[in-house]
Design a protein. Structure first.
Length: 281
């Protein structure tokens, strides 16, 4: 073997051929999807919250569409795990500033669920108000500050629906200011319709915010599996008759049990399950 010298020390000379072979092996490893470099890249993507989509629906294009929104997530980790056991394109709406709002919202996004902000609004009886909520008399600047803070606490939110709000959604100026802010954030709005007197949907339309509204009864006003099954069938029929429907429920054990039975049946009956954003106009 030949040698070269650096100062008083001598080192073996590595043949150029071996160096080239080592270089080609390194390049091949970088292209290998199982290589350490690519695995780290995938981990970085996951950490950034790149969504993993649910399996493609087998229902034909142009079929009736049904979006199911589950409200009030953000507190109970075990409840979220039960929701994540349902591998369908559900839309999950998070109350801000709850114990696990941020963490669960991030995981929901990674798992391919759609994330919304469940925006607290003042109700007529002001029952069980959240720490922060929209209420009459707020300035546009105050509304903006509240919404901005809540969006930071619910990452990946692409839309908003109202939590309670039987009073706030009847306040025309308040709703007009809110919709202007949602338009700036490029968010859609779903009117939960907690009162027949709501002005929220009209305000969203006037502000050119993509919007829709709950057009079937709440799924779980009665927290019994049999009652929830009936409400889900009503939602299915509404989708079949009108072409699309938006239903809203909550992650109660009874609701999740009924959904676990219903969701496979919906697609078997030719109704495509979609995210809420697919039904805004």
């Amino acid at each position: 073997m030949s040698y070269f010298f650096v100062g008083a020390r001598k080192h073996p000379r590595v043949p150029v051929t071996l160096l080239l072979l080592a270089l080609f092996a390194c390049l091949a490893a970088c292209d290998n999807p199982k290589s350490a470099g690519n695995l780290r890249s995938k981990a970085r993507d996951a950490a950034k919250g790149h969504a993993t989509p649910h399996p493609q629906s087998s229902v034909r294009a142009g079929a009736p569409r049904l979006a199911i929104i589950l409200d009030d997530l953000g507190t109970d980790r075990s409840v979220a795990d039960s929701v994540f056991a349902l591998p369908y394109p559900l839309t999950l709406s998070f109350l801000p500033y709850h114990t696990n709002s941020r963490e669960i919202a991030e995981e929901a996004h990674r798992r391919g669920y759609q994330v919304m902000l469940h925006l607290p609004m003042q109700s007529l009886g002001n029952d069980m108000p959240e720490a922060q909520q929209l209420h009459s008399g707020m300035t546009s600047s105050q509304i903006s500050d509240v919404v901005d803070g809540m969006l930071q606490n619910v990452p990946y939110a692409v839309g908003v629906n109202n939590h309670q709000g039987s009073l706030a959604t009847t306040d025309g100026p308040l709703m007009a200011d809110l919709m202007a802010i949602l338009r700036e954030h490029n968010l859609f709005f779903i009117d939960s319709r907690t009162t027949a007197a709501t002005l929220a949907y009209d305000a969203a339309q006037n502000a050119r915010v993509p919007c829709a509204y709950r057009n079937v009864p709440f799924l779980d006003d009665v927290e019994e599996v049999s009652a929830i099954r009936k409400q889900l069938q009503l939602a299915l029929r509404e989708a079949q008759e009108k072409g699309e429907a938006i239903a809203i429920g909550h992650p109660h054990p009874e609701t999740l049990r009924a959904l676990s039975e219903f969701l496979p049946q919906a697609e078997a009956q030719g109704v495509r399950l979609v995210h809420a954003s697919d039904l805004v106009h």
